[in-house]
Write a protein of this length. Sequence first.
Length: 251
Amino acid sequence: MGENTLAGRFFDAAIGLLERVRDEESTHIAAAGATIADTVAAGGRLFAFGAGHSSLAAQDVVYRAGGLALMNLLAVPGTVGVDVRPATLGSALERVGGLARAVLDASPARAGDVLIVISLSGRNALPVEMALHARTLGIKVIGVTSVAYAARTRSCHSSGTFLKDHCDVVLDSKIGVGDAELTAKGIEAPFAPASTVVTSALMQATMAAAAGELAERGIEPPLLRSGNVDGGLEWNARVMAEYGDRIFFQH
């Protein structure tokens, strides 16, 4: 595929972003991995939250072959997928104050757990409030966001703050404001978003760092295997039985 085609240009842009994140966020990824490993070792639970397309990266690490069995999706009704009708309702709910607090208070998350909050812009009420309230409950917060938005946009939260301001560890996806990597003659709007590619890579890199950290401590990482390989289902049944009190997607 020629590098001058639009498809080729997108791959180049995505690869460039992945290389930047790999090189510039390595310290933060290691810190996030260590935070998760600390929590697993101490008997805590893991949760991931994202709204809209940010929920894709959260879902990607839940009940995932090769992933940590303890990762649970913290879902806010109406914001998880584009199957909500109308789709604009999901965007509107991200700006509703008090919703995140209500969902978090009703969830099984408690002090000593980890919550990963994913929000590209980090400016809406839902992710800001989710992170802020989680920390008041004694929950460690890892934020995955584009820090550029905090410099170039206005917060939609009443505090005027962004997700990055309420995290124990921040992972910067480096995505530009507007999340569109390409422009071209004859196409009026910028296009080809890369946030899902980069954010999912950040999440998987963090899970890998956590698994490595646990192994270094002599703790077998509670990983799931593919159910489509021989012995995978049996392996997963053992892991989910052993850690059943910390896994909420199977109940």
